[in-house]
Design a protein around this ligand. Structure first.
Ligand code: BDP
Length: 719
């Protein structure tokens, strides 16, 4: 009897082990295909492979294929030289010269360097599948795409896929400090082990590169925008070079942030004036030194004259003067500059929303060709919801790079499930009217492709040393969504979410549908319980997590953002107010300016509205505001219910992980709701409408709740 119990126990343990997943494998899990029909058809089609390899990129691609076959199909990658039916043929016209005479070569030649085709074709009299590209990196992308087909249980018969990325530079911005902390990072510490680099190269760097390459990300900016000049010192550059060596086979270039005062801080000069010949020379020499170590170095990202960072304005020069000096140094090597447009004066009389546009719009057309101006998606600062940044549509002669935030600085850190694909899509599909209807932000980004090949998108990374990379398992979906939209900014966030669920959890509809529902409702839920109707910047002033609409000190006050009084709430940014609306083109400008036409999601962003204002729903503003806050919490409850019904259908480890975080989210959502409703009620003086439960505690109670500790802010070791 005892033996049987022990045996049963061991079986249970094994089953648990098999089904327990910690999330490390991301969307590259390569679990065995559990549909017998597909399994055998995939095996048949991949029985033999022709895949000549002459570069590290091709080798990386073949390794991936090998791992994919083993995991998905229990199949060893078997190479052949003789073409038979059902052979998988992988190569470029260079590695498989016979391709040069095939009719499909025309299609390949039309693609950009990162493109590929995957086709079922007749090649040398045999029916084969071809993964064909112009370049080696195209092959790597094609292989990942091919494996994804099988991971998602799609048919691989009669394939006719042609793909190329719409944007050229698709980069992650890591806000990693050299001391291992990550500014606004919530998934542990930095992946970069600076102490042991470059000699010791953690295997994780390779997995990081694989994950990025699988979605087409091709650049990694290693360090924080609040930069340390030290990262440009010779002893640190060799470490960056060590990472570049690991990333290279995966087509990922390394970039660094450049602290504008570096010539003074580490170069011994007495100025960093961009027009000073000594300074120019210093940067030229520095760039030369970098390229000697990292021949494919990507370039610099710069935060200048913003939030206390040094910049060209310290010397009476413009952003263009600063950016162009760096661009000139990088140009001979093919490097580029990302110059951020996230600037604002810490002066309370200036509406922060208008600053970026005011500083950059007049400089349109004055930047070198290898400079991107990089605004954030909205004109304030990664709020749960913002209208698109008005610089998109206002600088037709300057390549603009989009900066999205993947890390959830203002969206519940790694504690809340908030799928950001919908946020990204909302911005990308906003119409700027730069060239008439249909000039979406996405088009603006892609249009520059037509001018001189410059197009870019950047995402502030949510990756850290946590075993599952992103802290919250669903944070992986945001990394994935960013990458997929970087490849094609017109993809639908819903389709992307569906892909991610299939790759991460299961191909079974009974699992896909509920998870998809949760993801698609999650961002709106967060907006509802945090900052509905265009309210913004009312989070804790320091950690940016938790409600603090009452924060008020001489330097920083939430009152500048909500301007609440007993009569009204919201900021007047109409033509009678700060006139921020005029930074948008017609008809967006008129739409935002008119309280009747302004979408209610942006109402209090652009308008000061009396508490008893009648909303289109027929409710007063006060009642509607309260309704949003309560709805947000209800939505989190719905998400919990959906998730709970998945118990037993997905592995226990990931189920429990998400389940406990949803509990945390529910608690914090209720905290946001109760604190904000009570705070605003002090001003409106109106009752919480019938049917809603009253907050359990007083406002004083909520004000005293300590904000969850966040250790990421310490940059002090570097200073
Ligand atoms: C703000 C962050 C701050 C960043 C800054 C930036 O709170 O940590 O340094 O943006 O983007 O949102 O430069």
């Amino acid at each position: 009897m005892k033996k049987i119990v022990v045996l049963l126990f061991l079986i249970v343990c094994c089953v648990n082990l098999i089904y327990s997943e910690n999330g490390y494998d991301l969307w590259l899990r390569y679990k065995k295909v559990d549909n017998p029909f597909l399994y055998s058809s995939y095996r048949e089609k991949n029985h033999h492979v022709i895949f000549p390899c002459s570069s590290d990129k091709l080798l990386a691609a073949k390794n991936e294929l090998r791992n994919g076959f083993l995991g998905l199909l229990d199949l060893q990658l078997t190479e052949t030289e003789v073409i038979e039916n059902n052979t998988l043929v992988v190569g470029t016209p260079k590695t498989i010269p016979a391709f040069q005479h095939q009719p499909f070569i025309q299609d390949i030649n039309k693609l950009n360097d990162d493109g590929f085709v995957i086709r079922s074709l007749n090649f040398q009299g045999k029916q084969v599948t071809g993964i064909i590209a112009k370049t080696d990196i195209g092959i790597l992308y094609g292989v990942f795409r091919y494996l994804r087909l099988m991971q998602m249980h799609s048919s691989i018969e009669r394939l006719a896929i042609t793909e190329e990325p719409s944007l050229k530079y698709r980069v992650l911005n890591h806000w990693d400090n050299l001391n291992g902390t990550i500014e606004r990072g919530y998934a542990g510490s930095s992946l970069w082990d600076w102490e042991r680099l470059p000699t010791y190269k953690d295997k994780r760097y390779t997995d990081y590169a694989r994950a990025n390459a699988s979605i087409g990300i091709n650049g990694s900016i290693l360090n924080n925008v609040n930069a340390s000049a030290k990262s440009l010192r010779a002893d640190w550059l060799v470490k960056a070079a060590g990472l570049a060596d690991v990333f290279r086979p995966y087509g990922i270039k390394v970039y660094l942030t450049a602290k504008f005062s570096a010539p003074k801080e580490i170069g011994g000069l007495d100025t960093a004036d961009p027009l000073d010949p000594k300074v120019k020379q210093w940067w030229k020499d520095k760039v030369k030194e970098i390229y000697a170590l990292i021949p494919d170095f990507g370039g610099f990202l710069v935060k200048a004259n913003s939030e206390g960072q040094p910049g060209p304005q310290d010397y009476g020069r413009t952003h263009a003067d600063g950016a162009n000096m760096l661009a000139d140094a990088l140009e001979p090597f093919g490097g580029i500059v990302f110059w951020r447009a996230f600037v604002y004066q810490n002066e309370r009389h200036v509406d922060r929303v208008v600053t970026g546009y005011n500083e950059f719009k007049p400089l349109d057309g004055t930047f070198r060709r290898n400079v991107f101006v990089q605004p954030k998606n909205g004109p304030i600062d990664f709020q749960p919801r913002e209208p698109f940044h008005p610089l998109f549509g206002a600088m037709p002669n300057t390549p603009l790079a989009m900066e999205f935030q993947i890390t959830q600085e203002n969206l519940g850190h790694a504690g809340h499930l908030v799928y950001l694909g919908t946020l990204y899509e909302e911005t990308l599909q906003s119409d700027t009217y730069e060239n008439g209807t249909g000039s979406t932000v996405s088009r603006i980004l892609q249009n520059y492709n037509k001018t001189y090949g410059m197009s870019a998108i950047a995402g502030v990374s949510n990756i850290g040393s946590d075993l599952n990379w992103t802290g919250h398992l669903f944070g992986q979906a945001n990394w994935y969504a960013f990458g997929r939209l970087a490849w094609n900014p017109d993809l639908s966030s819903k389709d992307i979410a569906k892909e991610w669920v299939r790759l991460t959890f299961s191909n079974k509809e009974e699992i896909i549908d509920p998870i998809l529902n949760m993801m698609l409702m999650s961002r709106e839920a967060a907006v509802n319980y945090m900052m509905p109707l265009g309210i913004n910047h009312i989070m804790n002033f320091d950690t940016h997590n938790g409600p603090e609409p009452w924060h008020d000190d001489p330097v920083w006050t939430a009152f500048d953002y909500h301007k609440v009084t007993k009569d009204s709430i919201g900021v007047d940014r109409t033509i009678n107010g700060s006139n921020a609306v005029s930074q948008y083109r017609s008809p967006v400008k008129e739409e935002f300016n008119d309280i009747q036409k302004c979408p209610s999601i942006y109402l209090l962003w652009f308008h000061r509205v009396p508490w008893n204002y009648k909303m289109p729903s027929g409710q007063t503003l006060w009642n509607e505001l309260v309704a949003h806050y309560y709805k947000g919490v209800d939505e989190v409850e719905q998400m919990q219910n959906i998730w709970n019904r998945l118990k037993g259908k997905i592995d226990n480890e990931r189920f429990e992980h998400v389940s406990s975080l949803l509990k945390l989210q529910k608690g914090e959502a209720a905290w946001w709701r109760d604190a904000c409703v009570l705070f605003f009620q002090q001003y409106s003086g109106l009752p919480i409408p019938e049917g809603y439960s009253h907050p359990e505690h007083s406002l004083e109670y909520y004000k005293q709740i300590p904000f969850p500790y966040n250790w990421d802010q310490t940059n002090f070791f570097e200073k």
